[in-house]
Design a protein around this ligand. Structure first.
Ligand code: SAH
Length: 218
C-alpha cells in the first residue's frame, strides 16, 4: 500500500465498518466516519498493510492509536450533535480527532507529548481536517474556551480530572476510561452544577493519562 487513498483502501474500510456494526456500533454517522477516514495515512509505513484491522498500533513517543472499535464506541457514547464544542484529551495520531470532525463538531484537542503534537497539528490539516490543537496538560483542560458540550478522554485516567468536570456544560457528556491497569469506560452526564449521572460500560485498555506536559524529551 502507498501513501495514497485507493479503491482497495475504501473497500477495506467498508469491511471494517461492517465489522464494527457486527460488534455493536449502531450510529450510522459513526460508521460513515470510519468508512470515510483513511486510517492507513495515520500509521507508520511498517503497519500500513494492517491499517483496517480492528487493532491498536504504536504511533511513537510510547503511545498508540486506539482500536477502531474503541474510537467508534467512545464517539457513539458522546451522542454528538452538529455544531457542538468538543474537548479531546490526548490528540495522539489525530485519528479520533478526525472521527469527531466527521460528525460535524468543533474540536479542541490537547496533547502532552511535544513530538506528537507537532506532527499531528500539521498532518491533520494536510488531509483536510481542521481542529484547534494545544500542547499542554489535558488534566487542566482549557478554561479559556469552556464550557464544552462534550469531553472525551482518550487515555486511561486513574481518576476524573476535576477541572474537566467544571469545564463541562450543564447537560453535557464526558466519556472517560477510568482505572489504572484496565479501564472501565465511563459516561458522566452533568445534570446541574456539581451534579453528575454516571453510567459504566465494559473494560478497555488504554495508555495512561499522565499529569503535566512532557517538556520536549520525546
Ligand atoms: N486519540 C488518540 C489516542 C492516543 S493514545 C489516537 O486516536 O491516536 C493517548 C494520548 O493521550 C497519547 O498521545 C498521550 O500522549 C496523550 N496524553 C496522555 N496524558 C495526557 C495529558 N495529561 N494531556 C494531554 N494528552 C495526554
Amino acid at each position: 500500500m502507498t501513501r495514497q487513498d485507493t479503491y482497495r483502501h475504501k473497500g477495506l474500510r467498508r469491511q471494517l465498518a461492517l465489522q464494527l456494526k457486527e460488534k455493536g456500533i449502531n450510529s450510522p454517522e459513526v460508521l460513515k466516519a470510519i468508512e470515510t477516514i483513511p486510517r492507513h495515512l495515520f500509521l507508520d509505513n511498517a503497519f500500513i498493510e494492517r491499517a483496517y484491522e480492528d487493532i491498536a498500533f504504536p504511533i511513537g513517543a510510547g503511545q498508540t492509536i486506539s482500536r477502531p472499535h474503541t474510537v467508534a464506541f467512545q464517539t457513539e457514547l458522546l451522542q454528538l450533535k452538529k455544531g457542538e464544542k468538543v474537548l479531546e484529551i490526548g490528540t495522539g495520531s489525530g485519528y479520533q480527532t478526525a472521527v469527531l470532525l466527521e460528525m460535524g463538531v468543533k474540536v479542541y484537542s490537547i496533547e502532552r507529548q511535544k513530538a506528537l503534537f507537532d506532527k499531528t497539528k500539521d498532518f491533520l490539516p494536510s488531509i483536510g481536517y481542521s481542529a484547534k490543537f494545544f500542547y499542554g496538560d489535558g488534566y487542566k483542560g482549557l478554561p479559556v474556551f469552556a464550557p464544552f458540550d462534550k469531553i472525551i478522554i482518550t487515555a486511561g485516567a486513574p481518576e476524573i480530572p476535576k477541572p474537566l468536570l467544571e469545564q463541562l456544560a450543564i447537560g453535557g457528556i464526558m466519556v472517560i476510561p477510568l482505572g489504572d491497569t484496565v479501564q472501565t469506560m465511563t459516561l458522566l452526564k452533568k445534570t446541574a452544577v456539581n451534579k453528575f449521572e454516571k453510567v459504566e460500560y465494559g473494560e478497555f485498555k488504554f495508555v495512561p493519562l499522565l499529569e503535566d506536559k512532557d517538556w520536549g524529551k520525546g
